[in-house]
Design a protein around this ligand. Structure first.
Ligand SMILES: [Zn+2]
Ligand SMILES: [Zn+2]
Length: 211
C-alpha cells in the first residue's frame, strides 16, 4: 500500500507530497519547504514514520517548488530529478526568486534528468513521467497506473489550470498538454496538484472551465 502525505509549504502555499511504501521508503515530489520551521516539519514526519527518502522529484523548476531541494541534499544526500528543459529556471533561479520575494538559499544542480516515458520506482510504486509543457518548459506530471494517482504540478488544478503568462508559458501548449496527455487517463485517477486540493481526471474533464 502506498500512502500519500501532503504538506503546504512557503509563502506560495505549494504542496509537497511524500509517497511512502510499507518498506519505509519514500519519494518526495516538489520539496518546497522554505525555512527551518518547515524543514523540521518535513523531518519530523520522516522520522516519525521511519522513512528513508529514495527520490526527490520536481514537477517543474519554478522557485516555489524547489525551495527545499538543498535541504534534502544536505540532510539526506539525495539530489533532485527534473526534465532537462527546466534549465533556464535552474540557471535563473536566484533572479526569479528575488522577483517573487522568496528566499532561495541555494539551488544545487540536478542529480539527474528525467524524460517522457521514464519510470521512477520503489517497492510497490512505479511513477511514469509525462511531459506537459505550457505552464513552464520542463513541466512534467507523474502518473501511477496501479495506484490511480497523478501529480500534476502547476499544469492542472481543481477547476483551474496553471498560468501561461510566465516565461516559456503558452496557453495553447498548456491546453494541448492537458487534453492529449492528462485527459486520456482514466476518470477515477486522483490528481494531486502543486497548489490547492486534490481532484480527479473525470471531474476536470467534465467541469474544468479553462480547457
Ligand atoms: Zn509553476
Ligand atoms: Zn507553483
Amino acid at each position: 500500500m502506498i500512502t500519500v502525505k501532503s504538506f503546504v509549504f512557503n509563502d506560495f502555499q505549494t504542496n509537497t507530497y511524500i509517497l511512502s511504501n510499507e518498506q519505509h521508503q519514500c519519494m518526495i515530489i516538489d520539496c518546497a519547504c522554505q525555512n527551518a520551521t518547515e524543514w523540521q516539519q518535513l523531518k519530523g514526519w520522516l522520522n516519525e514514520n521511519q522513512l528513508t527518502p529514495l527520490h526527490a522529484l520536481l514537477t517543474h523548476c519554478h522557485v516555489d517548488h524547489v525551495l527545499g531541494c538543498h535541504y534534502l541534499l544536505d540532510e539526506y544526500g539525495i539530489g533532485y530529478q527534473t526534465h532537462p528543459a527546466s534549465k533556464i529556471f535552474i540557471e535563473l533561479a536566484s533572479e526569479f526568486s528575488s522577483v517573487l520575494g522568496l528566499k532561495l538559499e541555494k539551488f544545487p544542480p540536478p542529480q539527474s534528468y528525467i524524460y517522457e516515458g521514464d519510470c521512477i520506482q520503489m517497492e510497490g510504486l512505479t511513477l511514469k513521467v509525462i511531459y506537459t509543457p505550457g505552464h513552464a518548459d520542463g513541466s512534467v506530471c507523474y502518473h501511477s497506473e496501479n495506484e490511480k494517482i497523478m501529480f500534476s504540478g502547476d499544469v492542472l488544478f481543481k477547476d483551474s489550470i496553471g498560468r501561461s503568462d510566465l516565461p516559456t508559458g503558452n496557453y495553447e501548449k498548456l491546453r494541448k498538454s492537458i487534453i492529449e496527455k492528462l485527459f486520456v487517463l482514466p476518470d477515477d485517477t486522483v490528481v494531486y496538484p502543486g497548489h490547492g486540493p486534490f481532484t480527479t481526471i473525470g471531474h476536470e474533464r467534465k467541469n474544468n472551465p479553462f480547457v
